[in-house]
Design a protein around this ligand. Structure first.
Ligand SMILES: Nc1nc2c(c(=O)[nH]1)N[C@H]1C(S)=C(S)[C@@H](COP(=O)(O)O)O[C@H]1N2
Ligand SMILES: [Mo]
Length: 319
């Protein structure tokens, strides 16, 4: 119907099946100041102190088999509920000050750390570029070059203790600059979690850049998680804290709607979201839909992690 005649990246937020449908069900009046989207030129993206790390060297190990999404789409059609529940919050997100930016790494580690992101990148020894597919639970997808480093480098830095079972990530909390955080029905700050095993997987990535430049704020500056075999909501933006814990973290979406947004959230076309199918996806900027692939096509690298799951987590398998 509507979706066939209109491209999702041109649609009003209210007309697509999104996480925000949840809001309308709760009779929340959404802040929809939407006309048509206007795309910025790349030159509008501000440069910060760690621009000296760019452009990064490309790591071609992971193949995508798809064309890159246009940069103007990937940087203007974004989910960042701290700045509002519509996709076109990119202008508003420019209010976030991302330099300096302190990251705290704590919990069950031998060497806890609070460090500025610039110093962290120096300590880690620089960044690399990887092109990944990215699939949102709302069934849109993109293919973009991220710059950053594997999550496992954080583990080498802080040395998790043996009883650390999960890694919990937390976004900033600052309602003065992020108006979405004045909406008290969300359990701010945005949180997400993965297992230690997942954190050690080479695919798990912390992005600091996109398209050969630093991340624009709307894509999660100055550092965000990227887990290309999981639905996009796991890829938490603008991280201020990483904690090593022994209890399974509960993400913001899982807290709000546990039957719809579970812990694993591995991309799986055979398990529909309770309110829509996951069988196919709409690539940003590309006409027509393509079939969605299990683990978003990364099964060779990740499937073995899910052979033997803890009993308590099995009913939370893919959602
Ligand atoms: N802090 C925070 N991180 C977040 C979100 C958010 O609202 N807040 N949205 C998530 C969702 S639902 C998706 S699909 C991706 C979108 O990433 P992108 O805007 O860079 O495409 O970010 C994820 N990370
Ligand atoms: Mo998403």
């Amino acid at each position: 119907m509507f979706l066939k005649k209109n491209k999702i990246w041109n649609l009003k937020e209210s007309s697509i099946t999104t996480e925000s449908v949840f809001n309308s069900r709760r009779k929340i009046i959404k802040n929809l100041a939407i006309g048509s989207l206007v795309f910025p030129s790349a030159s509008l993206i501000p440069f910060k102190a760690f621009s000296s790390f760019y452009p990064p060297i490309t790591n071609n190990f992971y193949k995508v088999g798809r064309d890159l999404t246009k940069e103007s789409l990937a940087t203007t059609y974004t989910n960042f509920y701290e700045f509002g529940s519509s996709k076109n919050i990119w202008r508003r997100a420019s209010q976030l000050k991302t330099d300096p930016w302190l990251l705290t790494i704590d919990g069950l580690v031998n060497k806890p750390l609070t460090i500025d992101v610039n110093d962290l990148l120096k300590k880690i020894g620089g960044i690399e570029e990887r092109v990944y597919r990215f699939r949102c639970v709302e069934a849109w997808s993109m293919t973009v070059p991220w710059a950053g480093f594997p999550v496992k480098k954080i583990l080498s830095l802080v040395e998790p203790m043996t009883d650390a079972k999960y890694v919990k990530f937390e976004t900033f909390f600052n309602p003065d600059i992020a108006p979405g955080q004045k909406q008290k029905w969300y359990p701010w700050p945005y949180q997400e979690g993965i297992t230690i095993k997942e954190a050690k997987n080479d695919l798990s990535f912390i992005a600091t850049g996109i398209y050969g430049k630093e991340l624009p704020n709307q894509n999660g500056a100055p550092l965000r998680l990227i887990l290309p075999w999981k639905y996009g909501f796991k890829s938490i933006k603008s991280i201020v804290k990483i904690s090593f814990v022994n209890k399974r973290p509960i993400g913001l979406w899982e807290k709000l709607a546990p039957k719809e947004y579970g812990f694993w959230a591995n991309v799986n076309p055979n398990i529909p979201h309770p309110r829509w199918s996951q069988k196919s996806e709409q690539q940003l900027g590309v006409d027509g839909r393509i079939p969605t692939v299990i683990y978003n096509g990364y099964g060779d690298h990740v499937a073995s992690m899910y052979n033997k799951l803890e009993k308590s987590l099995q009913n939370n398998l893919f959602r």
